[in-house]
Ligand binder design. Structure first.
Ligand SMILES: *[C@@H]1O[C@H](CO)[C@@H](O)[C@H](O)[C@H]1NC(C)=O
Length: 253
């Protein structure tokens, strides 16, 4: 896990060390150097491990860069732009001054999330048959107003046995806010989430937060992957809130 974490105050030499470590572990951070064919094969490989590396290796939270290729990224950016107006989240939300919307279920992005390299990554992390949730939609969340932030919390368990994996994929980030989490030993870590990166974390697992934005903008897509074996137990407050808006406009299905 260490190797993915750069503290904001990190010096140049630390960054160099980070790059060396990344090269040693050649992973998706350098996927642009690896021909697509080979990348697919390595991402796809089936693990025989019975323990989930998300917990075992990463303590329940992992950060990866270069998730989608250029064409896929462009498709997602277009879908997000098409959604247009984002709605302020209710004040009961863990987040403050954040805006959001639900991505229509027929958008190409949903297909990319359901069958692309992100799903393969989640399956690799969990050594299991995780699939994009049918119940929880993909949400767009935008931190673009001063003071936008999200308090420390652990994600609500929406699926049981096992709990779902929550995904935060960054569309763009020119902001100065930080993503932070606590390790199982209580250490606070942070990461500078870059465009086309992903954070995967276990619901009910590591506590995390986003510090208050002063300048810039950060747009993410949030979604949920669940095991075929898991039982859906409840809807998120945030999703329910956006869905209420959607239902009102459409006058019930
Ligand atoms: C967004 O990017 C900036 C600049 O690279 C970085 O300092 C910051 O930590 C990132 N924000 C988040 C929430 O990851």
């Amino acid at each position: 896990m260490q190797k993915y974490v750069i503290h904001p105050s990190s010096s140049l030499s630390f960054n160099v060390l980070y790059i060396v470590l990344e090269l040693l572990f050649i992973d998706s951070a350098f996927s642009f150097l690896i021909p697509r064919k080979h990348l697919r094969r390595s991402v796809c490989r089936h693990s025989t491990a019975t323990t989930e590396s998300l917990e075992r290796t990463y303590g329940g939270i992992v950060y990866r860069t270069s998730v989608f290729n250029k064409e896929e990224y462009a498709i997602i950016a277009e879908d997000v732009a098409r959604v247009g107006t984002l709605v302020a989240e209710s004040p009961t939300s863990m987040a403050k001054r954040r805006r959001g919307a639900i991505l229509p279920s027929n958008s190409r992005t949903v297909q990319l999330f359901r069958h692309g390299s992100l799903q393969q990554f989640v399956q690799q992390m969990t050594s299991s048959d995780y699939e994009l949730s049918e119940e929880v939609p993909i949400e767009i969340r935008s931190y673009d107003q001063a003071g936008a932030c999200m308090a420390w919390h652990s994600d609500d368990i929406l699926y049981q046995d096992p709990p779902q994996v929550e995904i935060i994929w960054t569309l763009e980030n020119t902001s100065d806010c930080q993503t932070m989490w606590k390790t199982t030993t209580g250490q606070v870590k942070s990461v500078e989430t870059e465009k086309n990166s992903v954070i995967a974390l276990r619901a009910g697992g590591p506590e995390h937060c986003v510090t208050s934005l002063k300048r810039g903008k950060r747009i993410i897509l949030k979604c949920v992957y669940a095991s075929k074996k898991a039982t859906f137990v409840s809807q998120t407050q945030d999703a329910a809130q956006f869905q209420a808006v959607k239902t009102k406009k459409k006058k019930k299905r």
